[in-house]
Design a protein. Structure first.
Ligand code: ADP
Length: 253
């Protein structure tokens, strides 16, 4: 069975005012449900919990302090899950929630447990929704960004494909938000030092790792034979085109 891990960033899930882009989320859910129906195994790695949480808390900005952020994550995570579950239920899909920290990657026993759990969920045709456990995480045990986290997940399930949905069409030879002459790169055969030097940070307040963490993710995925695609999450239906072999986004062998 073909296994696909899809990671969606906050910039794709929300409008600029920080509120959820339900229209886009619904389309993404329909596409993932359809792929599951077509017999593929699908895992979603989703950010967005803190964004949902701070609005519930009545703040007018993202929280700055650690306890506030962790409270926002605790409030936002079940709300986000509930939104996903409502959409997925429309298409007769079942979900599970997996919250991890780096501890689960480092500790051999926890790692093996997580692998077995994911595999059981996929066998039961459940679509797992994964996030970092932001409510309990400290700097020491933080993965830190969902690009890297999604690559660890892809590694655990030996995914065929890791799709990183973001707010830009793919990887450019320099950051297009700073350099208007940046050129699009549609395929990266090897992540060399030169390629790494082209990757910049996130330009938005919402994003975390920019292209740097996406390259780290592509490397981790590559180490177990998983291909990675960075593509625009604006139109989740483009995932069909990718699976049909169209050249959109940036492909990492
Ligand atoms: P997400 O929340 O989807 O992970 P990020 O903001 O973290 O989004 O990452 C995407 C951003 O990375 C782009 O919008 C762009 O500003 C920035 N970026 C930095 N370097 C590059 C590059 N070489 N090519 C494309 N985008 C880049």
């Amino acid at each position: 069975v073909e296994t696909i891990v899809v990671k969606v960033g906050t910039s794709t899930l929300t409008y600029e005012n920080g509120r959820l882009n339900l229209r886009r989320i619904e389309i993404l859910v329909r596409v993932l449900s359809d792929l599951q129906n077509a017999g593929k195994h699908v895992i979603l790695v989703s950010s967005g919990a803190i964004g949902v949480g701070w609005q519930v808390m009545g703040l007018d900005h993202r929280p700055n302090t650690v306890p506030e952020k962790q409270a926002a994550a605790a409030i936002g995570q079940p709300q986000l899950m509930s939104i996903y579950e409502n959409f997925f239920r429309k298409y007769n899909q079942k979900n599970a929630q997996i919250l991890l920290t780096h501890m689960v990657i480092d500790d051999p026993q926890m790692h093996e447990n997580a692998i077995n759990t994911l595999s059981a969920l996929l066998d039961y045709k459940v679509i797992p929704i994964v996030n970092e456990n932001d409510t309990v995480v400290t700097d020491e045990i933080r993965v830190g960004d969902n690009d890297t986290l999604s690559a660890y997940i892809a590694q655990m399930v030996k995914a065929d494909l890791l799709i990183l949905l973001t707010d830009i069409d793919g990887f450019y030879n320099s950051n297009p938000s700073c350099n208007p002459d940046a050129k699009f790169i549609s395929e990266v055969m090897k992540i060399t030092k030169e390629i790494e030097s082209m990757a910049g940070d996130s330009a938005s307040d919402l994003g975390t790792g920019g292209m740097r963490t996406k390259l780290i993710a592509a490397k981790i995925a590559h180490s177990v034979g998983t291909k990675t695609i960075i593509m625009n999450g604006e139109s989740p239906e483009n995932i069909y085109r990718v699976l049909e072999g169209d050249i959109i986004g940036t492909y990492f062998d």
